[in-house]
Design a protein around this ligand. Structure first.
Ligand SMILES: *Cc1c(COP(=O)(O)O)cnc(C)c1O
Length: 396
């Protein structure tokens, strides 16, 4: 038995570089934009935030109001607040989402109504939405899970018929299309995008509230900054009485900063290229995993398109490998994976407050028990994807 190990002996165990689950794609353009913002002196909300809002609206191509915020969670909160949701109201959300989708309902003293997902799309089950809606239901928050648009024509038709408001949680869906129209320009009341570090375009922390309703946008702009009816840009550059402002409500502190907006402007200019790369990576995974006991992610219906924010696979019934073992073995092979999500009906706060039971959400429960997300991001090289493919194949 050898009693010593030397540093050079350890080097013999050299492993290939670890492929993380997600990585932002930050180039020289983003760096230059942030440096320029810092040099300009505008380190809070200023001209770059305005420009980012304008360019985001141009990208979506509708006559839209865009309100930049410091997270999608902030945008979802502002959206529901502006829709007038409050105590006694109920808001329908899918159980298979990040907690932010539901927490904003509680911020306003209202209660979420949780629905299962559709096993064909992993988006909220529209039959469940229609059967759970009651007299106290005020709004619905569909989540375009992984970047695949929900059945928005059906949801918005139902909502209109029942007088419900619709706010899209589009944290995954930039850019995605439903019926050839970009998410953000659909027939809902508000749409909220996320620019969190792992999302399809990133500002570190950031988000965008988008609406066609100018009074809703005005309310969101006021509540974004302390309930003051002008933002800092107006206050410090207006010719007359620059010091004067009025507080009309106990607002929040949700404004985006100019350095973050500068990153956003640079990322937005690459969004189409990013989406094309993600789609190519997704197509390659689907082709490579054809004959494995893996259920591939739901595909967009004709006329729809997928942002491919996430690539979620589900172990088929005949798989001999379980979800935890698959993730552990991929990790050992140098591949980072994740699970989207631990559903809300299993989270202690939601489970206990609303008495939620897994039997009520069989499709979500199944996706949770058998699904996992593979790395898919624009900075991933072809060689890295080949390594992920080989590691997945070797599971079976
Ligand atoms: C990321 C995410 C959010 C929250 O986004 P932030 O910008 O981090 O606040 C909300 N909903 C879903 C579905 C998300 O994935």
């Amino acid at each position: 038995m050898k009693s010593t190990t030397t540093p050079s002996g350890a080097a013999a165990l050299e492993q290939p570089e670890f492929i993380p689950f997600a990585l932002p794609d930050i180039g020289e353009e983003e760096i230059a934009g942030v440096v320029e913002a810092l040099r300009s002196g505008w380190i809070t909300t200023g001209p770059r935030t305005r420009e980012f809002e304008e360019r985001f609206g141009e990208f979506l191509g509708g006559s839209l109001e865009c309100v930049a915020v410091n997270s999608a969670t902030a945008g979802l909160h502002l959206g529901l607040e502006a829709l007038g949701v409050g105590p006694g109201d109920k808001v329908i959300v899918p159980t298979h989402t990040f907690t932010a989708t539901a927490e904003v309902v509680r911020y306003l003293g209202a209660d979420p109504q949780f629905v299962d997902i559709d096993p064909e799309t992993y988006c909220m089950d529209m039959d469940a939405v229609e059967s759970v809606a009651s007299g106290s239901t005020r709004a619905v928050i569909p989540v375009h899970y992984a970047g695949l648009p929900c059945d928005m024509p059906r949801l918005t038709a139902f909502a209109r018929q029942r007088g419900l408001r619709v706010m899209e949680d589009a944290a995954h869906a930039f850019p995605s299309r439903s019926g050839n129209q970009l998410v953000g320009t659909l027939d809902s009341d508000v749409t909220v995008f996320s620019f969190y570090a792992t999302k399809t375009i990133a500002t570190g922390e950031g988000g965008m509230l988008v609406t066609r309703d100018s009074s809703l946008a005005r309310r969101a702009r006021i509540m974004r900054l302390h309930g003051i009816d002008r933002d800092a840009f107006d206050r410090y550059t207006a010719k007359k009485a620059a010091w004067y402002y009025e507080v009309i409500a106990p607002g929040y502190k949700y404004n985006l900063t100019d350095p973050a907006a500068a990153m956003g402007i640079a990322q937005l200019a690459k969004a189409e290229r990013f989406q094309a790369r993600r789609e190519l990576l997704a197509e390659r995974y689907i082709e490579a995993f054809r004959n494995l006991p893996l259920v591939m992610p739901p595909m967009p219906r004709s006329g729809d398109s997928h942002s491919w924010h996430l690539f979620v696979v589900c172990l088929a019934d005949e798989s001999s490998v379980g979800r935890d073992e698959a993730i552990e073995r991929l990790f050992a092979a140098g591949v980072g994976c994740s699970v989207h999500y631990v559903p809300l009906h299993l989270q202690p706060y939601w489970r206990d407050r609303y008495g939620l039971r897994p039997e009520a959400f069989p499709n979500s429960q199944r996706l949770y028990e058998r699904g996992f997300s593979l790395p898919l991001y624009t900075k991933m090289t072809d060689a890295q994807q080949e390594r992920v493919i080989a590691a997945v194949r070797s599971l079976f």
